[in-house]
Ligand binder design. Structure first.
Ligand code: FES
Ligand code: FES
Length: 165
């Protein structure tokens, strides 16, 4: 059974005909749209490598059917930079060595962007660790990841303070 769905992916409207309505959002992104930056680690919701933002909320794309997101806005790692300008979280990961092999990194970055947008973690490293606990890193780059997110959080907070002044 074919099913047509419309999604906005990284700002671009896409109409996609699914030949299998049970395709996950992860497989749609990787196999139909060639957006292979989103990684398939476990394919069962345990590693966070497949994290993307759907309408601004971070989710494990391996756990959700593409068909259930008709009309949604999807943001993947390919869509976060502005041309040659890296997203602040990407730049902070580089500055703080927040990765080694890089396999988990797209998911970590998308999750960090979501966490910062949620505004729940503040500048508390423990809460950042907790907020990113669904994203596993087998290389153990956690220290650099937390430092990177802390750095962006501090920059965001000082921008807000300057605006309020
Ligand atoms: Fe989705 Fe591991 S691939 S959580
Ligand atoms: Fe290798 Fe995280 S950098 S799995």
């Amino acid at each position: 059974m074919n099913l047509a769905i419309r999604l906005t992916v990284n700002g671009e409207q896409r109409e996609i005909v699914l030949d299998d309505p049970r395709v996950t959002l992860l497989d749609l992104l990787r196999e139909r749209l060639d957006l292979t930056g989103t990684k398939k680690g476990c394919d069962r919701g345990q590693c966070g490598a497949c994290t993307v933002l759907v309408d601004g909320r971070r989710i494990n794309s391996c756990l959700t059917l593409a068909a259930s997101h008709e009309g949604a806005e999807i943001l993947t790692i390919e869509g976060v930079a502005q041309g040659d300008q890296l997203h602040p979280v990407q730049a902070a990961f580089i500055a703080h060595d927040g990765f080694q092999c890089g396999f988990c990194t797209p998911g970590q970055i998308m999750s960090a962007i979501g966490l910062l947008a949620e505004g729940q973690a503040g500048d508390d490293p423990e809460r950042i660790r907790e907020g990113l606990s669904g994203n596993l890193c087998r290389c153990g780059a956690y220290a650099g990841i937390v430092e990177a997110v802390l750095d962006v959080q501090k920059a965001l907070a000082s921008t807000k303070t300057e605006r309020a002044a």
